[in-house]
Each structure stands twice: as structure tokens, then as C-alpha cells.
Design a protein around this ligand. Sequence first.
Ligand code: SF4
Ligand code: FES
Length: 221
Amino acid sequence: MTDIVLNIDGKEVKAKAGMTVLEAAQQAGIYIPTLCHHEKLEAFGGCRLCMVEVESRGWTSYVVSCLYPVAKDIVVRTRSPKVDNIRKVLIEELLAHAPDAPELVKMAEEYGSDRNRFAREASFCVLCGLCVRYCDEVKQKNAVSFFDNGSVRQIAFVPEVAKKECWECQECFALCPTSYAQAAYLLTEALAFPGQRKTPAKSAKDLALKSRMIPITPVAM
Ligand code: SF4
Ligand code: FES
């Protein structure tokens, strides 16, 4: 397949047709912040933090780099005053939902985001969809899904499936940037099937190794 040559941050980058700007940048070692992107999953375009400035045929536009395909001779800027400002505000909006999410706090420092700019609506989920998409596309279990739309959109575990599948898996917990996936699972278990997991619990230490957040105390079976 013919290489497409584009320019990213002043560097000539070769990419294959069909690649996204994000993939081309990552391949060239150029960093673009992401939150909802995962290399094993279909692009989602949810967080918009990977927004970049693209100049093509004299026009400048702002595009989501995890969805935008590479094209010949485009000029991409991963940072510019406008890009930085867009990211700053996006981070502020996300922080209103998950004020202590480590990745967001770190990005807030980088972009000068005000953690208190927007009124807090601490849902603790930023709807990045990583848990939902991973469970669907990689695990093919659909134990966690989106429910509702608009401002009431949320993720929730499906008790009948979660009861059988989740305790031995927990792979989505480590993907979640806010730790809400783990909390949502534990809440579902406590409310819908307390003490009825289908598989024996591993030690709390083993489980803590799989998760990047709090160790879980196994519930007595
Ligand atoms: S629970 Fe976590 S991984 Fe799932 S959509 Fe919410 S923030 Fe993303
Ligand atoms: S990483 Fe591109 S929109 Fe989230």
C-alpha cells in the first residue's frame, strides 16, 4: 500500500491509507492526549481530547484525531493556542464529573484547567465507553452497557451477565480512568446478587494486582 506523507508538528510522517491521524502520530512517536481511545477497540470519538488542528488546501479545521483519516500533504498541529484552549475546557467539563480522576488531574495541570470552573456533577463516570466497548468488542460478553441518552446517559452492569462473568474478569476496571467501573460492578453485586457470584473469589491480593484502584475484600460466599 502506498505511503501517505503528511506533516505533524513540523515533522514529515509517513502513514498508510486508512490510518487515523492519531495512529500516524503515535507511530511517529508524537504524543496526542487521549482518554477514550484504546488500541484494541474501534474508535469512539467520545472525549474529544485528541482534537488537533489540521490545515488542508488553505483551510484550517479542528478535528478529532482518533477518527480523522490521514490525507496527503495535510499539516497537523497537535498543540496551538486554540487546540490548548479547547482541551483546557474539555478537561474542565470532565473534571466536573470526576474531580479526582488521576489522568484528568494530570492533564489539568498540563493545560491549566480550573478544576472548579464548572459546577460539580460528580457522577464519577465520564462516559468514555472503555468498559462498555471492551466488554463488547474484546470479551464479547456485554456485561456492562450504556443506558439512557443525553444528560442522563450512564453505564450499568447487567446483573444476569455480571453475576456469571465479571468476578473472574475485571479487565475493564483497569481501563476505567475514574475507577467508576469497579464501583458500579460492586454496587450491582451488592444490590442484585449479594454473595452469589458464579465463580470462587480469588484472594484480595490477586484481585488488587489486576486493578489499578482499591483492593476488593471478597464477599463471603
Ligand atoms: S465506568 Fe469508567 S470506563 Fe466505563 S464509561 Fe465510565 S469512565 Fe469510562
Ligand atoms: S481519544 Fe479521540 S475522542 Fe477520545
